[in-house]
Design a protein around this ligand. Structure first.
Ligand code: ZN
Length: 248
């Protein structure tokens, strides 16, 4: 007998007694606890019994845990106290996740949302349902909804996806416009900010027009363009390199 085989025999002898001892075991995945025996195995694979030397290095024993009677697998099986502990920890974090999900769902269905001073909804869920309904039946859109550029933008996205379009609501033609509130980073590689929607509402009977959300768009445009950035600074040549000014 050579090398590895010899070693195997030696180890088998060393741990022989271990297979005869009845043990209290547990499964950390399903929480089952049971009595069983270590079984002989090769030296690789999952569910192996390892013991640790004084320096903390694992010594392979050539033994494996028996299968869990509930999962029919041994990858979660270990000594009962550790299995119980790990199973409980797993359950606790699952409970925390469930609890958080329940809370979020409750808020989604119960916390009122104020879109505008005259436009509130009993919940986020109700708001989402209303946007979908308004997109399906534009004639149901109320005047307070029309007066909210935020709400109208959601409805336009629902109907048309991106871009500027015109929607007929009863006697009104509502056209979406976009203010470019984006700006480039100093390196010119990244674009920050966003496009902000505002709307032109024309009464087709009287020809009277009204702009909704324009002030907000202008305000945001101002804010984004006042960002300290050499790309919007004429003194620094709008961020362009290589001119005389930069070399000075
Ligand atoms: Zn199990």
């Amino acid at each position: 007998m050579e090398g590895f085989a010899k070693l195997q025999v030696l180890k088998d002898k060393m741990f022989e007694a271990e297979t005869e001892k009845r043990r209290h075991l547990g499964c950390k995945y399903c929480g089952a606890t049971f009595y069983g025996y270590y079984e002989k195995s090769g030296f690789s694979g999952l569910g192996l019994v390892k013991i640790y030397d004084a320096d903390g290095y694992a010594i392979e024993t050539g033994l494996r845990y028996p299968d869990c009677p509930k999962c029919f697998d041994n990858i979660g099986v270990c000594e009962v106290a550790r299995a119980r502990y790990e199973y409980e920890e797993m359950e606790k974090s699952q409970r925390r996740r469930d609890e958080k999900e329940r809370k979020q769902q409750w808020e989604y269905e119960n916390v009122p949302v104020k879109v505008d001073s005259k436009l509130t909804f009993p919940s986020k869920k109700a708001l989402h349902q209303r946007i979908a309904q308004a997109a399906k039946d534009p004639n149901s859109i109320t005047k307070y909804e029309i007066m909210s550029s935020w709400f109208m933008d959601k409805v336009f996205w629902e109907i048309f996806d991106k871009g500027c379009h015109t929607l007929k609501v009863r006697d009104f033609s509502i056209t979406k416009h976009l203010e470019d509130c984006t700006y480039l980073s100093n390196s010119g590689k990244t674009r920050f900010g966003r496009f902000v929607a505002y709307f032109r509402v024309v009464n087709d009977k009287t020809g009277k027009e009204r702009w909704i959300g324009e002030e907000r768009a202008e305000r945001l445009f101002e804010i984004y363009n006042r960002r300290p950035n050499r790309r919007n600074d004429p003194k620094r040549n709008w961020g362009l390199p290589g001119n005389r000014h930069d070399r000075d």
